[in-house]
Design a protein around this ligand. Structure first.
Ligand SMILES: Cc1cc2nc3c(=O)[nH]c(=O)nc-3n(C[C@H](O)[C@H](O)[C@H](O)COP(=O)(O)OP(=O)(O)OC[C@H]3O[C@@H](n4cnc5c(N)ncnc54)[C@H](O)[C@@H]3O)c2cc1C
Length: 437
């Protein structure tokens, strides 16, 4: 049996691990076009701020690679011939497969304005981008960041920590408006301003200005111009569907998969940021751009490829991140609608977060520590925990397990309810009951 895994990210690696756990002798070919192979992509944010060195991005030891007994090929897969069960690498060599996994991730949306290709215009997709940003920051004095979501703030913070003065442009009136509520956006913006970031609301970039072949500034829709020598953008991502589309696989916003991570071609599987996976619970096909789900999907795909039929059970999407230095956990569904600063999905984001059905909000805390709960009929649908993280683990369990919160629902909805204490008490009794059963 030959398994071919295309994409050397976390989904691809998890698939290799799952296959090896079931099949000790099958041949595994692990293929990727990133010259640095497998590394922590969320870690790039900490690499930019200097909190992590390059070595820290590569968490796996030589021994752990050897134990997987796989053949790594550095190369770009340029075609999948599903009829012949073959892939083409770098438009030349062909490799046959019995089972194939497409785990090619997603790519940053390009900035589509005149001057976007100038030297000094950067995004944060992979290691080479991070290195480029660090190099520019050594000489750069002023940066403009455009976009939304987590990556835009990672760019802001990375540049700030390198001593660059940062202007942050927002097209709308507040940061990440389809995930955070007004108060949460205000907390983040306030913290950024305290760190010296100049935020410009209602500011749409229409042109990158040039001097001697390099970025020199930007022109905005209202006619204003701002000077800078670095322009960094994070305006959303696109699943890399091209290979799958050319191979004739079913595509929607991502490559469509059933709950076994199987595409419309039975021997081809898909996982991670490129996949749009059927969720039997919500009866919808969803894209996540999150490390945890990419890993889970990859592992489940690997089990299925090696013959162990296993359904992917989607947990409530969960991300612990840092926004303007404030630890923030986002669980389940928390927001709604569109964000003007992002096209489609962003890195570290889930479509589930924005699919909010009718829910009532309970919240507590107004400064650094803040908790917002989205309350459904008799379950919690989502939560945002900012600052103090004591409740993020309990809330993840309560939301993922659809715990019946009817005994505390009315209490939570009282004006000025001590929401945190009510949840903490509920967690103690609920957890005890779970263990007992
Ligand atoms: C800066 C940054 C910050 C992030 N922050 C968070 C966070 O806070 N929390 C969180 O949960 N997630 C975060 N993410 C997202 C998370 O890293 C992704 O969800 C996860 O890496 C997806 O894994 P994947 O294996 O599907 O794809 P990827 O990690 O993108 O790996 C896909 C690989 O396939 C390769 N490839 C593409 N096309 C081809 C081809 N044709 N042939 C061969 N190889 C190919 C790519 O080069 C890449 O190496 C962040 C990502 C970035 C970049």
């Amino acid at each position: 049996m030959r398994y071919v895994i295309v994409g050397s990210g976390v989904a691809g690696l998890a698939a290799c691990e799952a296959i090896r756990s079931l099949d000790a002798t099958g041949e595994i070919i692990f293929l990727g076009d990133d010259p640095h192979g497998y590394y922590s992509r969320p870690g790039l944010a900490y690499y930019l701020t200097g909190e992590m060195d390059e070595k820290g991005l590569f968490p796996r030891s030589k021994n752990s690679w050897q134990s997987l007994n796989l053949r790594f090929i550095k190369g770009k897969v340029t075609r999948i011939n599903s009829g012949e069960h073959q892939i083409v690498v770098d438009n030349s060599s062909r490799i046959g497969y019995d089972r194939l996994l497409v785990a090619v991730g997603a790519k940053a949306n390009r900035l589509d304005v005149p001057g976007a290709d100038l030297e000094g215009v950067v995004k944060l997709d992979h290691m080479e981008d991070a290195r480029r940003i660090l190099k520019l920051a050594r000489r750069g004095k002023t940066a403009i960041v455009v976009g939304g979501g987590i990556t835009a703030l990672e760019l802001v913070e990375g540049l700030l920590s390198r001593g660059v003065k940062v202007h942050y442009l927002l097209r709308g009136k507040r940061y990440w408006s389809n995930v955070l509520d007004k108060q949460e956006s205000a907390i983040i913006e306030h913290r950024l301003q305290e760190d010296g970031v100049k935020i410009h609301h209602h500011s749409e970039l229409i042109e990158v200005l040039e001097k001697r072949g390099r970025v020199h500034g930007v022109r905005l829709l209202d006619g204003r111009t701002l000077n800078c020598n670095i322009l960094a953008y994070a305006i959303g991502i696109q699943p890399r569907v091209e290979l799958a589309r050319e191979a004739g696989l079913a595509i929607d916003r991502g490559v469509l998969a059933n709950e076994y991570l199987q595409t419309s071609s039975p021997d081809i599987y898909v996982a991670g940021d490129v996949a749009q996976v059927y969720d039997p619970m919500s009866k919808r096909s969803i894209i996540d751009s999150l490390w945890g789900p990419a890993r889970e999907q990859g592992y489940t795909a690997g089990l299925n490829m090696a013959g162990k039929r296993t359904a992917y059970v989607k947990a409530a999407p969960f991300n612990v991140t840092r926004l303007a230095g404030l630890t923030t956990t986002i669980i389940g569904t928390v927001g709604r609608g569109q964000d003007q600063d992002l096209v489609g999905i962003a890195r570290g984001d889930s479509e589930t977060w924005r699919a909010l059905p009718d829910a009532i909000v309970a919240q507590t805390g107004f400064e650094v520590n803040r908790l917002r709960l989205l309350i459904g009929e008799n379950t919690l649908l989502g939560a945002i925990v900012m600052g103090d993280q004591k409740l993020s683990f309990p809330l993840e369990k309560i939301i993922s397990n659809h715990a019946d919160i009817s005994p505390i629902r009315d209490k939570l909805l009282q004006p000025d309810a001590p929401v945190g204490d009510i949840i903490a008490d509920f967690w103690t009794t609920w957890r005890a009951k779970q263990y007992a059963s």
